[in-house]
Ligand binder design. Structure first.
Ligand code: F6R
Length: 352
């Protein structure tokens, strides 16, 4: 059942601290600050990585590829449906990772089969125990999110991100004890976000907006894409997400006082540049909602602030995304949408 929540989506948003706890269990050890994933004990890989995925899982892949590259591992992302439209540079030393919640997505299965035919090593990162992807691949790592009923992916996205952080630890073998501590603290911090979120107020303030824009740079860029996808899926309203720097290359033409801009700024590496983009939209009278850990003075320029605790540059974006899930949920709820089963969408997309 929905355990007292009006929708599975809201229940699943609130299950995220526990989902992440389960994902981390016995995989990070405080004692020696190591990451170990028993399913991957036999995996000894140091070649390039290619991700194949769709939708929300693709956004998780963008995040995962960035984590790997930061550790010096070559990593690329492909939309699964595009993967075999061109020859991919796949060798025996390539690890192709299918990120798929259900493990049944036809596009992703197709890409994984192509990778297997090309002689790559394949890995399924999935929630689907015994799923098609799990069976197709040489290796499988489970994200352990538990069943997700809402069509819009929420807790599985967080569990994918945490799993990708673990996978990065396994492949690079070089996580610091500080990073491990941050991972272990993440469930409690996520709980704080849920307990203290003012997302409902923000949603109510902008329920009549014409469109919603989401921007972010670096690790915050996938958050922007995911924020927009969730918004359009469950509210049926126009939403777009992009890397903050792209704003001035076209989308800025659409920005008006009726298009709130959600700017995610976490960590200070890219804060000042994204702040510059925020000033550009402010000058066009667009309402600004900052999703931030206070690493910049964006709050000064924002009409609303959705705050998140600081969990370091890699993990704070996981917390920021939860605020945007809640905003979408409350906008959709206000509009009386069919939140758990949006029109035209299916939980598992088994056609190409
Ligand atoms: C978004 C959503 C879809 C899925 C996509 C891939 O909320 O649910 O975009 O993420 O269809 O599905 P999986 O991860 O099962 O391969």
């Amino acid at each position: 059942g929905k355990s007292g929540y009006d929708h599975y989506m809201l229940k699943e948003i609130h299950e995220q601290p526990n989902a992440i706890r389960k994902c981390l269990r016995e995989r990070v050890t405080e004692m020696d600050a190591t990451v170990s994933v028993s399913e991957l004990d036999e995996l000894d890989h140091d070649g390039p990585v290619q991700f194949v995925a769709c939708g929300t899982s693709y956004h998780a892949s963008l995040y995962g590829a960035r984590l790997l590259r930061e550790q010096g591992i070559r990593a690329q992302c492909f939309l699964a449906s595009e993967y075999d439209t061109e020859m991919q540079p796949v060798g025996g030393d390539t690890l192709v990772i299918g990120v798929t919640q259900s493990g049944e997505t036809a596009d992703t299965m197709n890409a994984l089969r192509a990778a297997n035919r090309a002689g790559a090593t394949t890995l399924a990162l999935t929630n689907g125990v015994g799923s098609s992807a799990a069976r197709e691949c040489d290796y499988v790592m489970y994200i352990r999110a538990g069943p997700e009923i809402g069509v819009a992916a929420t807790k599985t996205f967080a569990s994918q991100q945490v799993s990708l952080a673990l996978l990065t630890g396994v492949l690079s073998g070089q996580y610091s004890s500080q990073e491990i501590r941050r991972l272990r603290d993440l469930p409690d911090q996520l709980q704080r976000v849920l307990d203290e979120s003012n997302a409902r107020t923000v949603a109510e303030a902008y329920a009549d907006a014409e469109a919603y824009f989401f921007i972010g740079r670096g690790y915050d860029a996938p958050v922007a894409l995911e924020g927009a996808l969730k918004m359009k899926e469950i509210t049926y309203k126009h939403a777009e997400g992009f890397a903050a720097g792209e704003l001035k290359h076209g989308p800025l033409a659409l920005v008006t006082e009726n298009t709130p801009v959600f700017a995610t700024i976490t960590g200070d590496a890219n804060a000042s540049k994204t702040l510059g983009n925020v000033k550009e939209v402010e000058a066009r009278n667009a309402p600004v909602v900052a999703v931030t850990d206070s690493s910049s003075d964006v709050a000064q320029y924002a009409d609303h602030v959705l705050e998140v605790p600081a969990a370091g540059p890699r993990f704070t974006p996981i917390l920021a995304n939860v605020q945007l899930q809640l905003v979408s949920y409350w906008v959709a709820n206000g509009l009386g949408r069919s939140i758990d089963k949006p029109r035209n969408l299916a939980k598992s997309v088994t056609v190409e």
